[in-house]
Design a protein around this ligand. Structure first.
Ligand code: PEP
Ligand code: MN
Length: 347
């Protein structure tokens, strides 16, 4: 539920309301606003009864239930968009975030070359999998901690932030020691113990990928798991869903961006590489990401895609990446100018 206080309500009145909320089996999860304070509470208590009781507490103007099944990630609770700070940069703020790198970290030479290319193109985030969720048990599974070390070294050399996947509960701390953003892959979007652990034990930013068959509501409920367990630094990533279409690896759900911008305050990254599986389709879809109001795009690059140990077909060469970065520049300028309209804040 959301309790809005009267303008100028005193600190004591706000505290009294929070106390009453707790007495009724709810937890106060956010208190926003200075002049006009809005308190968001979640819990297992009886909402109708609680709202009725709270309306009679001094200083309270109104109370409404949060109608969405997800609460803290909903724009009903917080209309202002979340900016997730990552090192010297951020996702969801004034910059269109480009996350680029190989599918998997393979060798020092490979990841160093990728970091140089990301930096030269103006990207701020280096991606690369050290723990790889592969469909086949016979496919390359990642270099594990050695991969994390190489990734960190390459990112530090070029002043980039590391985005890398954590697959298991037992590895959260280890991966967080090397990463700036913890990626949760499509296959783990409903690994609830993992989501809870990442929520409860780290404040490291998280990029949660949409599952191949996750509805938008399920996707947001997964994000809610992380936030309600204590980590508010969540970025969403639309990476394509499985449909009847078989020409592309998945189908990029471009609808998801404006829909999510209506429903949640969390930033959204588009991943056209995993959505299509084809490098030639990446440039127009990165432009689409800018145009549709995403907060950034994630792409895969490789010094020699034909020899990549995973996802070569969707990995761009460095030249292709440089061209994409160059081509999107005017679009990104428009994006910066039209940001409030793009994310539906000026309606
Ligand atoms: C990835 O980004 O490396 C990846 C495995 O993607 P997804 O989880 O979306 O399949
Ligand atoms: Mn990949």
């Amino acid at each position: 539920m959301i309790i809005s206080m009267k303008p100028g309500a005193s600190r004591e009145q706000i505290e009294r309301v929070c106390e009453r909320i707790r007495e009724m089996d709810f937890e106060v999860r956010s208190i926003q606003g200075d002049e006009r304070v809005v308190i968001a509470a979640v819990g297992l208590g009886n909402v109708t009864h609680a709202i009725e009781a709270l309306r009679s507490v001094e200083g309270v103007e109104n109370g409404v239930p949060i109608s969405a099944p997800y609460k803290l990630v909903s724009r009903q609770v917080k209309d202002e968009r979340t900016v997730v700070a990552v090192g010297q940069t951020s996702i969801g703020g004034g910059e269109f975030a480009i996350i680029a790198g190989p599918c998997s970290v393979e060798t020092e030479e490979q990841i160093m070359a990728c970091a140089a290319a990301v930096s030269a193109g103006g990207g701020r985030f280096l991606r690369g999998g050290a723990y790889k969720p592969r469909t086949s048990p016979y496919s390359f599974q990642g270099l594990e901690e050695e991969g994390l070390k190489l990734l960190r070294k390459a990112a530090d050399e070029y002043d980039l932030s590391v985005v890398t996947e954590v697959m298991t509960l037992g590895n959260v701390q280890l991966v967080a020691d090397y990463a700036d953003v913890l990626q949760i892959g499509a296959r783990n979007v409903q690994n609830f113990p993992l989501l809870k652990e990442i929520g409860a034990t780290t404040s490291c930013p998280v990029m949660l990928k949409r599952g191949q068959s996750a509805t938008i509501e399920e996707f947001l409920l997964s994000a809610e798991y992380i936030v309600t367990n204590g980590n508010p630094n969540v970025v969403l990533c639309e990476r394509g869903i499985r449909t009847f279409e078989s020409v592309t690896r998945n189908t990029l759900d471009i609808n998801a961006v404006p829909v999510l911008n209506q429903l949640t305050h969390l930033p959204i990254i588009l991943d056209p590489a995993h959505a299509t599986g084809k490098r030639d389709l990446i440039p127009p879809l990165v432009r689409a990401a800018v145009a549709v109001g995403a907060d950034g795009a994630m792409v895969e690059i490789h010094p020699d895609p034909e020899r990549a140990w995973s996802d070569g077909a969707q990995s761009m060469t460095f030249d292709q990446f440089a061209k994409v970065m160059n081509d999107i520049e005017p679009y990104v300028e428009l994006w910066k100018a039209g940001r409030p309209e793009l994310v539906g804040l000026s309606a």
